[in-house]
Each structure stands twice: as C-alpha cells, then as structure tokens.
Design a protein around this ligand. Structure first.
Ligand code: MG
Length: 407
C-alpha cells in the first residue's frame, strides 16, 4: 500500500496534469505575468478578493455566533487546499491549480451555510413561478454557479474587466456541479465554456476532480471534530461508524492512555491519512487502467478518475449517513437552520420591496431579483443578522443560543 502512495518525483508534473503554459485562457486575454504561472496568478487573485475575505465570517454548518473555535468557510477552504495539494503532489498534478480551485470553490456561498442557500433558492424560484410572464433569468440560486458568478462578474477591483478574469482551468474547477438547464444557459451565453461538459457528459481536469473529493474529505473530518466539540454528538456514539471505530482503536493501541480531545484529534488525523492514501493509490490505478496520457484524454472520459476505493467509498457513506442523522438534522441545528432561513427570506422580501435599502456599489444585475440575490449571497452571517435586526427590529437569534465548544 505504502509503495502506491509514495511521492511522485519531486517537482515532476505528470503528462496528464494541467499545464499553465497551455491554458485555454481567460475571458479577457491578458499578457503572461513576469514571474508567476497562470494558475499561481489565479490563486493570488482569489486570495486578494473581497469574497475570499468574507469567508471568515461565513458558516459551514454552525452559525458563527455559536463559538469561535469551529470551522468557517475560510478555514474549510484552507483545509481543502491542504488535502488537495498533498494528494496532487503525490500524483504529479498541478498544485497551484488545485490550490486556486480549492480556495475559490466556496466563494459563492450564502451566509448561514446550506440553510441560506436553500432559502435564497426558494425565494428566487418562488419569484419565477409567481412571475412567469416577466423577464427573469430563471436560474434560482445555486452556490456553485454563484461561485462562478463571483469570479466572473461580481468582484470589481480590476480596471479592465469585471470579476477576477481567472483561467478556464480554475473556472472549470469552481463550477463543480451544474444542473443541465443551467449548463444550457451558460452554453448559450458562451459556447464551449465551463458549462459544456455537463451537456456533453465529459469530465473536468484531474485537479478539478481532486478538489471535489478533497472538499468531501475535509468536511466529513471537520464536521466530526466540530460535532463532538459542540457537544451535539458524542465520541462513544460516533464509534458505531466503522471508519471511526477502526482509527479510534488504532489510536488507542498506539497511545493506550489517550483520552478526550487528543484521542479525537488523533482518530481524525488517522482517518484523514487513510483517506489521502486511499485516494492516491486508487486514482493512480484508475489513471493507469484508463490509459490517459494527457489532460485532453482525461476530459474526454465520461466519469471521474479521482476517487476512493470501493471499500473506502462505502465507509465514507456510512460516516456521512451518521452525520446527517445525528448532526445536520440535530434538533438544535434544525432550529437554527429554520431561523436562518427566515432571516434570508425576510431580507429577500425587504430588499425586493425597497431595492434602495441595499448598500451596494455593484451595477444592477439583469433583474432586481438577481441583484437582491447577489447582495444577500455576499453577506457574512453577522452582517445578515445585523441587517435583519435593523430592518425588522427583531433579534431572532437571541443571546441564549450560543453553543460552547467542549474540550
Ligand atoms: Mg466546500
């Protein structure tokens, strides 16, 4: 097993890796940078963006006011980049591209995690069905599309173009999922762009595929950590999940006196290592079996080459099912989710009725609904709460809802 995961010769890029010198280019052509490759440049633009800075005050699962020791979208994105780069180096993939995609992948997330996205999507769709005869873009709200919208349009700090003008390869990774109807609209606006693969049923680069899986590895691990530390799930209960039991036992065998926080941390560390090794070995095998030599060969395939072994995939599904049942649907989380949805729904209605209340310099989108959606999606959790309190006069979250991390 270890032989299968040892590092690719240092610095060597595999033939199937993405190559910045043969990038498919930017929406607005630009001369090459003097000292940086195109993917480094993308990564740097993401780090300096407004949307990236806001990730620090956006929630992953928990609301931000619940405690300062839990993950936010920013720390989540950094963890995805770490896991992605680690695997990329071993497979000879382009680390800068992986990092650029990982750091940008959640830029389009609303405040309040998935609750915010669901509420915004419902509000946009409600409008579509109520006003089918009016000109609405019909896209609802979807965070992957919004991440693309942030990097293509909404960031406004460059003199010659809107957005960050990232390379095709980074944008391809940012749009990791896309409904067929949305892909068709993207394709109609800009043919042969990042929507095309969802219509043609082909694959993105290996770096993009890797970020997708690194995202999943990161959130499963940190949701276990935050879940236990919040007191919403307990470590004993978690050991009904075979993946957790295996590595908790391994940690206890290696360190018989390990308890509490350190045992949890060591267990999670071992799960992460096992998953990174598993993905590396399995993906290397898949690449060999598929016989791909170039990134074009990768893109022509109907399915991903980056993946877990079937055994690890099964184990990962059981862990996810546990987290759904015990954490994401925990009554305390569900209560806050409902409150958060109400906040987003109220804000949408308020701005739609009085668009001048939006304190934004962004030019108007194609519809007022889209402008409202962009404005709300860009908010941090605490800004959304403050705006809601200011507009409605209600403090819906109250001071008593705070969860304290255990250990
Ligand atoms: Mg993510």
């Amino acid at each position: 097993m270890l032989r299968d995961v040892v590092q690719h010769p240092l610095g060597a890029l595999a033939s199937y890796a993405s190559d910045p010198s043969t990038s498919q280019g930017r929406l607005h052509p630009q001369a090459a940078a003097l000292t940086r490759n195109e993917f480094q440049r993308d990564r740097d633009r993401v780090i300096h963006s407004t949307a990236f800075r806001r990730l620090v005050y956006k929630t992953q699962v928990f609301l931000n006011h619940e405690g300062d020791l839990f993950r936010t979208r920013l720390t989540h994105s950094l963890e995805v980049a770490q896991i992605g780069r680690s695997i990329a180096r071993n497979l000879g993939l382009h680390e800068d591209l992986v990092e650029a995609v990982a750091l940008a992948h959640d830029l389009g997330h609303t405040p309040f995690g998935h609750a915010g996205q669901d509420a915004l999507n419902e509000a946009m769709r409600q409008h579509v069905s109520d006003h089918a005869d009016t000109l609405v873009d019909g896209l609802g709200f979807e965070h992957n599309l919004q991440s693309l919208r942030v990097v293509d349009t909404l960031e406004r700090s460059y003199p010659e173009f809107d957005g960050l003008n990232l390379s095709f390869e980074t944008r391809e990774g940012v749009l990791k999922h896309c409904a067929l109807s949305h892909a068709r609209r993207l394709e109609a606006q800009r043919p042969n762009d990042v929507g095309a693969r969802f219509i043609n049923k082909t694959s993105p680069s290996l770096e993009a595929q890797l970020c997708n899986l690194a995202d999943e590895i990161a959130y499963n691990a940190h949701d276990v950590d935050d879940g236990v530390r919040s007191g919403l799930i307990d470590f004993e209960q978690l050991q009904s999940v075979p993946l957790v039991l295996t590595y908790a036992n391994e940690a206890k065998r290696a360190f018989p006196h390990l308890l509490g926080r350190r045992l949890l941390a060591e267990t999670i560390r071992r799960i992460l290592t096992a998953q990174v090794f598993d993905v590396t070995a399995q993906t290397r095998q898949n690449i060999q079996d598929a016989g791909v030599a170039t990134v074009d060969d990768v893109r022509a395939l109907p399915s991903d080459l980056v993946g877990f072994s079937s055994a690890m995939r099964r184990e990962s599904i059981v862990l996810k099912q546990f987290l759904f049942a015990n954490l994401y649907r925990h009554p305390q989380v569900a209560e806050m989710t409902a409150t958060a949805k109400g906040v987003v729904t109220d804000l949408f209605a308020a701005y739609l009725a009085a668009p001048d209340m939006m304190d934004t310099s962004a030019p108007k989108a194609s519809t007022v609904q889209r402008s409202v959606s962009d404005y709300i999606a860009g908010m941090t959790d605490r800004f959304a709460m403050r705006e809601h309190a200011r507009i409605t006069g209600e403090d819906v979250f109250g001071a008593g809802a705070t969860l304290r991390p255990h250990g």
